[in-house]
Design a protein around this ligand. Structure first.
Ligand SMILES: Nc1ncnc2c1ncn2[C@@H]1O[C@H](COP(=O)(O)OP(=O)(O)OP(=O)(O)O)[C@@H](O)[C@H]1O
Ligand SMILES: [Mg+2]
Length: 495
């Protein structure tokens, strides 16, 4: 039992369920996270692109409307527009480059002035040169430029043609910090939600797994006890455990019931067989001891003992043969089925049995036809039935009758009847059990072992037929053996 339960532990259902649940929860959270994270970024970038486009359009429109006649005036108009929108207020970088004149911008520290500032060191100057080169050298259209302090900047650069055959390059940049910020927020929220979901999934799946595996553990415990030889425990289940568990538990309990019956039957069979074998052996030993006790037994005494011993040995042989036959009936290749012509078959059998005893033997008219059966086994079954009828009827005047009827559905019924004491109502099923004899038969010294009808039933079952006991019209016993596989000749319709 301990071994079985231990096997459940390391890879227990609840742990495996918890593992799978967690894995699925992680995978689902990861998919949703990637989708939301990227979606947030894309949406914000679109929004920023829309804003920069609007800003650039407005600047360009303004420069066109300024109607500047010289580049210098154009640069002044650009400066006016740009200076009205300081970077610190809108966080939108604006610049306009009128070739050969000036660069107007609301973030002057990013652009190197045409003439160096007096206060700047050469390295600061070089740094500004690099930044302005990065911004001014960006391709036309949208691009992303990384700037110190500002971070990534979404930049839209356009060349605007203004009246007077002049051109001006304008640039509008929006920092992408908002996007990163929003995405960081999404990531943080997701990590928190994922951790909570994981903890929930882990607990729920562990509890669910424990609940689901509980009946299995109980079954394992019961199986372990059965394995140890105790067939009594049964699995109890409650309605809350689901229909599947109930079906499994019922099937398991049913199997245990059958096993219990089979073991009990087996034990009784072995006990009965031993008992039946011991009786003749005791008789033989007793007779031999009687003989041995005599110093000079007479020839007649020796012959008497010899006759008795021979009879007991015959009884043992018959018993062993019957036991072997019963054991064989459980094998699939027990029968050798062939077509049997019913008229000659029953006729010959009847002639044979009516020779062994003197009774009033009656055989009614037989239906002509062919029966698919094992002739040896069928003859044996009928001989057992007729033998019983002979056994239970009075010599000479006792009636032993056999009738054969063709039935609908290709079946045939053999009825063996007698006018003996009959079989009590409560014994009519039990007489087919192995070693069962009615009390009246037990008292008689007839020598029957109680296997004859068990063999008849085994033969009937093997053929797919049936056998049952009832009462004959004369008050004696009637045994009906019904078999399938009968094809009547055209002349004899079914009764
Ligand atoms: N025709 C019958 N009339 C009355 N009782 C019968 C008849 N046939 C069977 N029985 C009862 O059924 C019991 C079982 O019969 P069965 O043929 O199995 O065993 P048996 O005749 O006692 O022994 P065996 O046939 O093994 O030599 C008999 O002991 C008897 O009590
Ligand atoms: Mg018998």
């Amino acid at each position: 039992m301990g071994r079985l339960l231990n096997r459940l532990r390391p890879s227990g259902l609840h742990w495996r369920l918890a593992g799978w649940f967690t894995l699925v929860a992680v995978a689902c959270t990861a998919i949703v996270f990637v989708t939301v994270y990227r979606g947030t970024g894309t949406q914000l970038r679109h929004q920023i692109d829309g804003e920069t486009t609007g800003e650039a359009r407005e600047l360009a429109h303004n420069l066109v409307l300024a109607r500047a006649r010289t580049p210098r005036r154009l640069a002044a108009a650009a400066s006016r527009y740009i200076n009205a929108r300081p970077f610190s207020a809108s966080s939108t970088l604006l610049f306009a480059v009128v070739p050969g004149v000036a660069t107007s911008t609301n973030r002057p520290e990013l652009f190197a002035p045409l003439s160096p500032d007096n206060g700047e060191s050469p390295s600061e100057q070089r740094h500004e040169d690099r930044l302005s080169a990065r911004l001014l050298g960006a391709p036309d259209g949208y691009s992303t430029v990384a700037l110190p302090d500002v971070g990534d900047l979404r930049l839209l650069k356009r060349v605007v043609h203004v009246p007077g055959n002049m051109t001006v390059t304008i640039g509008v940049g929006e920092p992408l910090a908002a996007v990163t910020h929003a995405q960081d927020g999404v990531a943080r929220a997701f990590i928190l939600a994922a951790l909570l979901a994981l903890a929930g999934a882990l607990c729920a799946s562990y509890l669910l797994g424990t609940r689901l595996s509980r009946p299995l553990r109980r079954m394992a415990a019961v199986a372990a006890r059965v394995d140890a030889g105790d067939l009594h425990p049964r699995i109890h289940h409650s309605s809350g455990e689901g229909a599947e568990v109930a079906v499994l538990a019922d099937a398991f309990n049913h199997m245990l019931d059958r096993l219990t019956d089979a073991f009990a039957g087996q034990r009784a069979f072995v006990a009965d067989a031993s008992h039946e074998l011991r009786t003749p052996l005791t008789v033989i030993r007793g007779q031999l001891e009687v003989l041995a006790a005599q110093s000079a037994p007479s020839a007649e005494e020796v012959r008497r003992v010899e006759r008795l011993v021979q009879a007991e040995i015959a009884r043992i042989s018959r018993l062993v043969d019957d036991l072997l036959l019963l054991a064989k009936t459980e094998q699939t290749e027990f029968l050798r089925i062939e077509p049997i012509d019913l008229l000659p078959f029953v006729g010959e059998l009847w002639d044979g049995v009516s020779l062994i005893a003197s009774r009033r033997f009656e055989l009614s008219a037989l239906p002509a036809g062919t029966l698919r059966a094992d002739p040896d086994r069928l003859a044996q079954a009928l001989r057992n039935l007729i033998g019983n009828a002979i056994e239970h009827t009075a010599a000479e005047r006792g009636l032993v009758r056999m009738r054969v009827q063709a039935l609908a559905g290709r079946r045939v019924r053999f009825l063996v009847e007698d006018d003996g004491p009959g079989i009590p109502l409560d014994q009519r099923e039990r007489i087919f059990h192995r070693f069962h004899r009615t009390d009246a038969a037990r008292d008689r010294a007839s020598g029957g072992t109680g296997l004859g009808l068990a063999i008849v039933r085994a033969i009937a079952d093997a053929h797919g037929g049936s056998v049952a006991a009832s009462a004959a019209p004369e008050g004696g016993a009637r045994i009906e053996l019904e078999l399938p596989g009968f094809v009547a000749s055209a002349a004899s319709p079914p009764t």
